[in-house]
Design a protein around this ligand. Structure first.
Ligand code: PMP
Length: 446
């Protein structure tokens, strides 16, 4: 079979004069934590990026269909974002919120204007874990309640409290966490009790939240916490009506509703700017990170003025939160998404991709499910479509093989049998054609 060709692209990577891949690997093994996960049996070294592509030290180009783990929203080294970062860097790199700075407040306004309802107050931080920690704190302070309902198969971070919210064993260390956190059944129409053919599936899954509140808590909760589409868990898209019902159960028990938009925000789902909008709900707190800064360390908690007020009981401070360089990046990202119509591109190219994958599914029994919205896609591989036995080794082989062919994708799900495609939102149909060819070859070789 002939090797697929990446679409032509007018960019020459600069010469690489740094250490060899072996030297970097040795250094990493000696001086960086052994807990780091390295993708691929033969890891690749990424030294340059341009829009939807990255380059290794040999100058080889790859289509980055994982976007630095869903963080490169508008394209690697997007020229406008780089320009805005550079301008800010040369003016003032750092100050904190103890002084006024026009970049930070202008960014907060621009971000708040993207949100519906009373969601208008931002707390800027540096990572998704920090944003979720803070959301948890605010929910508990605001409601005076402690118990929180999360979802099984969720990923919300690796800090002490967000590890409690996370509910996939591979990310949970064997030490005390999760106090007051209860994980409801996750609404997975592919593997769960109710599938796409059941119009009441959303309400039925949400009933588990009501049960949990009645059985496992005092009847009063601080929050319901959920990703709008589960990301690390393997792109699980909830059935319609799930979040509406979940939010009702939570609010009836005195809780507020928190949407983790770390992966789903900023137009990625195509039909909407925020993932929660695809479910017709308005949360009380929204957390964001990753694509918000196109790679800059930036994250945010956006909430209502009333909820934001709770933090004034004490001083809460974050040294780099609201850093002007990160805020300049964040503002540029918002502008680029609008100007280059990247939400629309997510929808159009995302639909094209889903259709292509459905075609691939007809030819390859290994594909059990193709799902997602916009450019947040999952391909679940199974040994047998009837038993749905996870095809973990096969998934690993496809994942490795497409890398050899020039395509970087992610992997996820409890059984690591879901290929995750979440590229920069600037990808084109020609990139998708390349992706299809590479996946087709890899699956054909199984
Ligand atoms: N929430 C979600 C949905 C995530 O996917 C992640 C990161 N994978 C986080 C929170 C944590 O973000 P960070 O790694 O920036 O702490």
């Amino acid at each position: 079979m002939k090797t697929p060709m990446l679409p032509p692209y007018d960019h020459s990577p600069g010469p690489y004069n740094g250490p060899t891949i072996e030297e970097v690997m040795d250094q990493r093994k000696r001086y960086l934590t052994p807990s780091l996960l390295t993708y691929y049996q033969k890891p690749i070294m990424v030294v340059e990026g341009s829009m939807q592509y990255v380059y290794d030290e040999q100058g080889r180009r790859y289509l980055d269909a994982f976007g630095g783990i869903v963080s490169i929203s508008v394209g690697h080294c997007h020229p406008y974002v780089v320009k805005k970062i550079r301008e800010q860097l040369e003016t003032l790199q750092h100050t904190t919120t103890i002084y006024l700075n026009p970049v930070v407040s202008a960014y907060a306004q621009a971000l708040a204007e993207k949100l519906p309802g009373k969601l208008s107050v931002c707390y800027l931080v540096n990572s998704g874990s920090e944003a979720n920690d803070l959301a948890l704190l605010m929910a508990r302070l605001y409601t005076g309640n402690y118990d929180v309902i999360g979802l099984r198969n969720a990923y919300h971070g690796g800090s002490a409290s967000t590890m409690g919210l996370t509910a996939v064993s591979s990310w949970k260390y064997n030490y005390p966490h999760s106090f007051g956190i209860h994980h409801a059944i996750f609404p997975d129409p592919y593997r769960g009790a109710w599938g796409h053919d059941d119009p009441d599936a959303g309400a039925k899954y949400a009933d588990d939240i009501k049960n949990l509140i009645e059985f496992a808590t005092s009847g009063h909760v601080a929050a319901f916490f959920a990703e709008s589409i589960q990301g690390v868990g393997g792109t699980v898209v909830y059935p319609d009506g799930y979040l509406i019902n979940a939010y009702q159960h939570c609010r009836k028990a005195g809780g507020i509703c928190i949407a983790d938009e770390v992966q789903t925000g900023f137009g990625r789902t195509g039909s909407h700017y925020w993932g929660f909008e695809t479910q017709g709900v308005v949360p009380d707190i929204v957390t964001m990170a990753k694509g918000i800064g196109n790679g800059a360390p930036l994250a945010a908690v956006v909430t209502t003025p009333e909820i934001a007020q709770t933090l004034t009981q004490r001083i809460h401070f974050n040294t780099f939160g609201g850093n002007p360089v990160s805020c300049a990046a964040g503002k540029a990202v918002l502008e680029v998404i609008d100007r280059e119509k990247l939400q629309l591109n997510s929808m159009e190219v995302g639909n094209y991709l889903i259709n292509g994958l459905k075609g691939l599914m007809e030819k390859n029994d290994i594909i059990g499910d193709v799902r997602g919205k916009g450019l947040m896609i999952g391909i679940e591989l199974v040994k047998d479509r009837r038993t749905k036995e996870p095809a973990k080794q096969e998934c690993a082989r496809v994942f490795e093989r497409v890398k050899e062919l020039g395509l970087l994708v992610g992997k996820g799900g409890l059984y690591s049998n879901v290929l995750r495609i979440k590229p920069p939102m600037c990808i084109t149909r020609a990139d998708v054609d390349f992706m299809m060819e590479a996946l087709n070859i890899a699956m054909g070789e199984l």
